[in-house]
Design a protein around this ligand. Structure first.
Ligand code: ATP
Length: 205
């Protein structure tokens, strides 16, 4: 069984997030590695990092369920402590024995990998799938970085790369648009059910 994993704060989840997951599924299938399941994992935010703008874990989980056509996992929010990626992957392996895990991340995240907690363990637990989003980054840059920094894991096929065309939007922009009552722009960026959820609960005001 192949499981794709996509994590984020999702405060709130928007159509750009949904698009990247659809792209992830398509590119994996095209590479002959179709995903049996995608897990969306909203991150727990420790109290000292919380901002007045942060929706509760429950609200972010609920909005993810409305936004994604994929299973939403409360693993990290339920743990209620800083979750390092290696821990989450280890928990998923305990839950889904024999599953092959594919962890989706943007190019900026991949280049930061040496600063993560236990990067070698992360690469043992999952194949890292990086998308090229930034204008100043190419698949070649990422490939060279992976090959030079983690030669053994690179040779073992623990890295995959694909180009993607991200929709130009962010959660920060969405929160600003909610405060500015810009409903037309919000409808272009959010699933109608997510927008309704935000307005009914008066989030980000
Ligand atoms: P914020 O503006 O609050 O920083 P965000 O929109 O970047 O939020 P996150 O929840 O931080 O959203 O992102 C989760 C993941 O989604 C990250 O890997 C991020 O790189 C990716 N992502 C965010 N926006 C887009 C987008 N428009 N297209 C593709 N990927 C995106």
């Amino acid at each position: 069984m192949r499981i794709g994993i996509f994590g984020g704060t999702f405060n709130p989840p928007h159509l750009g997030h949904r698009h990247i997951v659809e792209d992830f599924r398509e590119k994996m299938a095209a590479a002959g590695l179709p995903l049996d399941k995608v897990l969306i994992i909203p991150t727990f935010v420790p109290p000292h990092k919380e901002t007045p703008d942060l929706a509760s874990g429950e609200d972010r989980l609920a909005m993810c369920r409305l936004n994604f056509d994929a299973e939403v996992s409360d693993l990290e929010i339920r743990r209620g402590d800083t979750s390092y990626t290696w821990m989450t992957l280890e928990d998923l392996h305990a839950q889904y024995e024999d599953a092959e895990l594919y962890f989706l991340m943007g190019d900026d995240m991949l280049l930061y990998l040496p600063h993560w907690k236990r990067p070698e363990k992360v690469l043992e637990e999952a194949v890292l799938v990086s998308t090229v989003r930034s204008d100043d980054c190419t698949v070649d840059t990422l490939r060279t970085f992976a090959q030079e920094t983690y030669p053994d894991q690179y040779a073992a096929g623990r890295f995959l790369f694909f180009e993607s065309e991200p929709l130009p939007m962010s959660s920060t922009e969405v929160r600003d648009l909610v405060r500015a009552h810009q409903y037309v722009e919000l409808e272009q960026r959010l699933d109608p059910a997510v927008l309704r959820y935000i307005l009914e609960r008066e989030l980000y005001t």
